[in-house]
Each structure stands twice: as structure tokens, then as C-alpha cells.
Design a protein around this ligand. Structure first.
Ligand code: LLP
Length: 437
């Protein structure tokens, strides 16, 4: 749909701008973010969850900034009425500088520093999601020093681990995040927070994984969290009124992925939660969710220029064409790191040549520097062509590096025929400026 609109010259158009013009104006590689797409998606998650939970106790969507965050994105998310999940002081700094309303920010992290917690408290961040028993004392003490109360959630681990269509309901809990429900740490944490002098327990938090396509994992996780809510009611006589079920909704990186609509996800989860609360004789808590990838991912494509094209003989009739582009694992490490399955297309022109399977690789000094493992591109792809890799809006810029002293690409927004730089390209001076020895 969006990635198939072509202008008269055959060049792909996004946000009313041709990729050829983008390449001329800002160079390549570049992250090209379709502003309307991002905002439409953010609002549809906001509305779908608000609607589905309206007859219950309501729901709020927090955009998970780890997927991609910059000042403009923070301002859009603020304007569109979502909350924001940040997990470091750096993400918090971007949000605060953009004027994001602090009471709609949630601070995460398994190892928050004193400085991060202090900054969150001083700025009136809406909730701090506590991840360990040790952190209860830290946040309580810092709130006490500042003479205020901290609204906290407790991140619990449910033993559910979800990836795509499969989930493991008894995943072993050998990981760094959260407080174990089965191990008893979660209940103990609730008890300690309720006893703490400067903490207000807002609710419980659970995040089960990422790139998830159905609601089965959420069903098991919600049940385990609600069992804990019931136990807290029964044994500590305390009502827990808010629940955050995290993010993790999947996107379509290739044709094998079929994401549910936000509406289908929201209504599915709402009916699960309602049924479980009924069984446990609980008031349905206020729910929140933290999608990152599903909002940011599809909004962006990476635009690369083709350089070297190499036809490598593999013995007998076999060969493989390596198409090199001017970026690589420094702007998209997900293929190398997670074996992610991106696609790409020739975007500067149309070609009548027969498509053939090629491997798109970067310019880094490493053979694992693969952007797209196998993709059909026209047989005449050559130096100077532009290639677009769709769905790179989540965890590509945010995971980018300066490997091999390659400067990071810019992020530009396109909308109504205009190009606007959100994050400028790094320069050689930026890189040299860090080297002060
Ligand atoms: N909330 C919490 C507490 C999380 O830990 C995460 C992701 C999210 C929300 C957002 O999840 P999403 O909706 O974006 O799936 N670098 C990996 C993904 C790491 C996700 C970590 N936490 C990747 O590129 O696939």
C-alpha cells in the first residue's frame, strides 16, 4: 500500500515525496518516517484500547519510547494523548525537553540509578515501575529525601514468554527483569511497598515479550497477575486498581506475519480480563499497555544507495548476488542480532528485468553485516539505485551504533509533500569530537 505508490518516473513516493528527492536533499542512508502513518497508528491504539475498556474501568496506551524516540515523536505522542514509557535517563531527558507532561510518563528499568530516580521524582513522573526488592528501598528513600510521595508500579514476572504465535506458559524465570510471582518476590514486594513511608502502590506491571501476534500469552499472564491481585486483597486487604500488561504487539516484517488490528487485540484482551476478574470476584482494574514496535515500526523505511554489486560463484551452477548498500548493521543490527527477516525493494525506478534472489549487505567490516538475507530484486540493480527497507521504525535507529566509525543516518519525517529533519545526520566532526585523548 504505502510502499507501492509510485510517481510518473517510477520512484516510490512516501508522504507525498519521492524517494529520489529525499536522497537528493538529505543523502543516504536515511530513515524516512511517514508522520501521518505514525500518528494514525498511535491514535488507533489509543482509541481501540480506550473503547474496548470503556465499559470496564478504562485503559490508557503508553508509547514505548525504546522503539524510537526523539523530540518530535515525544510531542506527537503528547498531543495525541498517549502516555510515554521511558527506560533510561536519556529517554526521560528527550521527553522532558520536548515538554512531555511528566504525569503521563512511566519510568522503567531494571537498574535505575539514583540520578534517574531523583530526576523522575523531581519532575513529577506519573509512575516509577519498580523492578526489584532492592529498588523499593531506593525509591522510598529518595522520595523521603525530596519530601514527596512516589507513585509506583511493581513489575512482576508471570513465567510467560511470548514470541510471535508461540508462547511458553512456564518459561523459566532465569532473567533479569521483574519480581517473580511463583518465587514469592512479587507478593513480598507488594507487602513492602504498602509498608513504605513514601510510596503509593499504583498497580502491577507485566511485559511478556515482543513481536506477538495473538492474545494467548496475555491471557495466561493476566490470569497470573490477577491471581496475585486477589491474594493481595485476601491477605493484605488492599485493592490493586491498576494493571499494565506491557507491549509486544507484532508487525508485518514479511508476508508470513499477519498482525491483528488494534481493535481486535483490544477487544480480545478486554474480554479475557473481564472474564478472569469475574471468576476471581474482582473489580476490573484500570488497564494500560505499552506498544512500541506496533506504532513506530511500520511508519519508517530506510533508504539506501546501492554501491558494489558482486556475483559470487558458489560451485556448479550456484551463485549468489551480493548487493552492497551504504549503511548496514550500524543502522539496522536486527538481522545480525535476532535473525530478523526484513524485505526490500528497488525504490528509485521500476525495472522490467527478471527478478532474482539477492542478499543485501552493508559496508561494515564483518561478514555477518547482512541487512536482508534473501530478497528478489530486478536483475539489473546497479550502483546508484535506491533500495528501501520497510518497517524499520522500531529498534533500528534506537539500536544504531558508530561501528567502524560510520556516522548515524538522519531521521526525516515526510508529510504532505514536505521533508523535515527530526534527527540530523551525524558528521565526521561529531565522531572526531568525542576523541579527546
Ligand atoms: N514495555 C516494556 C516493559 C518493554 O520491556 C518493552 C520492550 C515494551 C514495552 C515495548 O515492546 P514492543 O511493543 O515494542 O514490542 N530490541 C528488540 C526489542 C526489545 C524490546 C524490549 N522491551 C528488538 O529489536 O526486537
Amino acid at each position: 500500500s504505502r510502499t507501492t505508490a509510485r510517481g510518473a518516473d517510477g520512484a516510490l513516493e512516501v508522504g507525498g515525496v519521492s524517494v529520489t528527492r529525499i536522497a537528493e536533499e538529505v543523502g543516504t542512508p536515511a530513515f524516512v518516517l511517514d508522520e501521518d502513518d505514525f500518528r494514525t497508528r498511535a491514535r488507533s491504539f489509543r482509541d481501540a484500547f480506550a473503547e474496548a475498556f470503556r465499559p470496564l474501568s478504562g485503559a490508557q496506551v503508553y508509547y514505548a519510547g525504546k522503539a524510537f524516540l526523539c523530540g518530535a515523536v515525544a510531542r506527537w505522542v503528547a498531543e495525541d494523548g498517549l502516555g510515554l514509557d521511558v527506560c533510561t535517563g536519556g529517554e526521560l531527558a528527550i521527553a522532558l525537553r520536548a515538554g512531555f507532561p511528566a504525569e503521563r510518563i512511566a519510568l522503567h528499568g531494571n537498574n535505575k540509578s539514583r540520578a534517574e530516580v531523583t530526576r523522575a521524582l523531581e519532575n513529577g513522573v506519573g509512575r516509577i515501575v519498580i523492578d526489584s526488592l532492592d529498588e523499593i528501598g531506593l525509591v522510598d528513600a529518595l522520595a523521603g529525601e525530596l519530601g514527596l510521595r512516589a507513585a509506583v508500579m511493581l513489575r512482576v514476572t508471570t513465567g510467560v514468554e511470548a514470541h510471535t504465535h508461540e508462547f511458553i506458559a512456564t518459561a523459566h524465570e532465569d532473567q533479569k527483569f521483574g519480581l517473580s510471582i511463583t518465587g514469592g518476590a512479587a507478593f513480598e514486594a507488594v507487602r513492602r511497598v504498602l509498608e513504605a513511608d513514601h510510596l503509593d502502590l499504583v498497580g502491577l506491571h507485566s511485559h511478556i515479550g515482543s513481536q506477538i501476534f495473538d492474545t494467548g500469552g496475555f491471557e495466561v499472564a493476566a490470569r497470573r497477575v490477577l491471581d496475585l491481585v486477589a491474594r493481595v486483597r485476601d491477605e493484605l486487604d488492599h485493592p490493586i486498581t491498576q494493571l499494565d500488561l506491557g507491549g509486544g504487539f507484532g508487525v508485518m516484517y514479511n508476508t508470513q506475519h499477519t498482525p491483528a488490528t488494534p481493535e481486535a487485540l483490544a477487544t480480545g484482551i478486554a474480554s479475557i480480563v473481564e472474564k478472569q476478574c469475574h471468576e476471581l470476584d474482582l473489580e476490573v482494574p484500570h488497564l494500560s499497555f505499552e506498544p512500541g514496535r506496533a506504532i513506530a515500526g511500520p511508519s519508517t523505511q530506510t533508504l539506501y544507495s546501492v554501491g558494489t554489486v558482486k556475483d559470487v560463484r558458489l560451485g556448479g551452477p550456484h551463485h549468489r548476488v551480493y548487493v552492497s548498500v551504504d549503511g548496514g548493521m550500524s543502522d539496522n543490527v536486527r538481522t545480525a542480532l535476532y535473525d530478523a527477516d526484513y524485505s526490500c525493494l528497488l525504490s528509485s525506478r521500476v525495472s522490467g528485468e527478471m527478478p532474482e534472489v539477492v542478499r543485501v549487505v552493508g559496508k561494515h567490516c564483518e561478514s555477518g553485516d547482512i541487512v536482508v538475507k534473501d530478497e528478489y530484486l530486478p536483475g539489473d540493480v546497479h550502483r546508484g539505485d535506491l533500495v528501501s527497507v520497510p518497517v524499520t521504525g522500531a529498534y533500528c535507529y534506537s539500536l544504531a551504533s558508530n561501528y567502524n566509525h560510520v556516522p548515524r543516518p538522519p531521521v526525516v519525517a515526510v508529510k504532505d509533500g514536505e521533508i523535515r529533519t527530526l534527527v540530523r545526520r551525524e558528521t565526521e566532526e561529531d565522531l572526531l569530537g568525542l576523541d579527546v585523548g
